[in-house]
Write a protein that binds this ligand. Structure first.
Ligand code: PMP
Length: 352
């Protein structure tokens, strides 16, 4: 039934190869990475290997540009807290949007997926792949207008080739690419900004708190696996996406959100005359895991700020679901999903 999980944008399972590398660090290799003895050294070496692997995956010149955090949320908060202000995209994840608003960043204007930043700004923060609709942007379009550039790469790293060398900041999350939850990192081209978590000299004083060694090891292992498998993962996602779209052809009144250039891993669909949440529940009954939007806001029945910013009419807004693809899907599951989705939409439409 794992093939029927289509919610990889919410989170991914830990790859068995990743888990295998992590396990010793829960067991016999339990040292604190900051301890001076042999136990500490073993943990420290594993952390430094992970730093190199993550740096390698994103094209960072120097592993010292990477600081491990508790996830992309913390890393995003850090960037926005450290920079004095600027502008953020209207489609950003809550972990950019909320600190951004709190710290006085402007929200960029948009028309559809086009972002506008007419006046000079300090930091421009724009995600590379949107977690709800898969739309893609390149924050480098604001080079010259903004003095610094940040990209939230949480939905792109490990899935599409990434190059951070000419960005000031990038933020990553391990659990989006088959690593463990609760670990991520900040890439900072000029070295880490002043800390926001105080209370210890860990990570050279830039991020206090005992290092999550198993988690960091897992992030590094996931980066190494992703480097090898990105291409085949991408091909599979594209194929499964096509199967779903093909299977939906008999249905009327639906659309794909996210634009021509959307990430093949995220398929946002809107169906008129149905509620997205109801569809998610119907599909769950049929054994398929999809989502009505971002998992972090799935308890809210309000349409998300992303769908609102897209300017979708109300009738479409509410009938939106997100299908996101990953390693355990197969063609049969993709065909089955399209079939169940078609049946559910038709059934729900006759009921209203
Ligand atoms: N940014 C984006 C685009 C995301 O999709 C997510 C995860 N939903 C995050 C940030 C937060 O990452 P984490 O779970 O590591 O805090």
């Amino acid at each position: 039934v794992d093939s029927r999980y289509f919610d990889y944008a919410a989170t991914t399972p830990v790859d068995p190869r990743v888990l295998r590398e992590m396990l010793p660090f829960f067991g016999e290799a339990y040292g604190n990475a900051d301890s001076l003895h042999a136990w500490g050294a073993r943990a420290r070496q594993a952390v430094e290997l992970a730093r190199e692997r993550v740096a390698g995956l994103i094209g960072a010149d120097d592993p010292a540009q990477i600081v491990f955090t508790s996830g992309a949320t913390e890393a995003n908060n850090w960037v926005l807290a450290a920079e004095g202000g600027g502008a953020i995209g209207p489609f950003e994840h809550a972990s950019v949007l909320e600190p951004g608003i709190r710290f006085g960043y402007r929200v960029m204007e948009n028309s559809g997926l086009d972002l506008r930043l007419p006046e000079p700004a300090g930091l421009a923060s724009v995600m590379s792949v949107n977690n709800e609709i898969g739309a893609r942007w390149d924050v480098r379009q604001f080079r010259g207008v903004a003095s610094k550039l940040h990209a939230d790469l949480a939905q792109e790293v490990g899935k599409l080739p990434v190059e951070v060398a000419d960005l000031d900041y990038a933020t990553l999350s391990a659990h989006k690419f088959y690593g463990p939850k609760g670990v991520g990192c900040l890439f900072a081209a000029e070295g880490p900004p002043p800390p926001i978590v105080f209370g210890g000299d860990h990570e050279h004083g830039f991020r206090a708190g005992t290092l999550n060694v198993p988690g960091i090891v897992g992030m590094g292992a996931a980066a190494a696996v992703a480097a090898d498998e990105m291409r085949s993962d991408l091909e599979a996602a594209m194929e499964h996406r096509e199967i779903v779209l093909e299977g939906l052809k008999p249905l009327s009144d639906w659309q794909v959100n996210g634009g021509e250039n959307a990430s093949p891993f995220i398929l946002s669909l809107s169906f008129s005359g149905v509620e997205g949440e109801t569809l998610v529940v119907e599909l769950d009954r049929a054994g398929f895991g999809v989502s009505s939007g971002a998992a972090c806001s799935s308890r809210s029945t309000e349409p998300s700020h992303v769908l609102r910013a897209l300017g979708l009419p109300d009738a479409w807004l509410r009938g939106t679901i997100r299908i996101s693809f990953g390693r355990k899907n197969d063609k049969a599951a993709a065909r089955g999903l399209a079939k169940s989705l078609t049946t559910s939409v038709e059934k729900l439409r006759t009921m209203t």
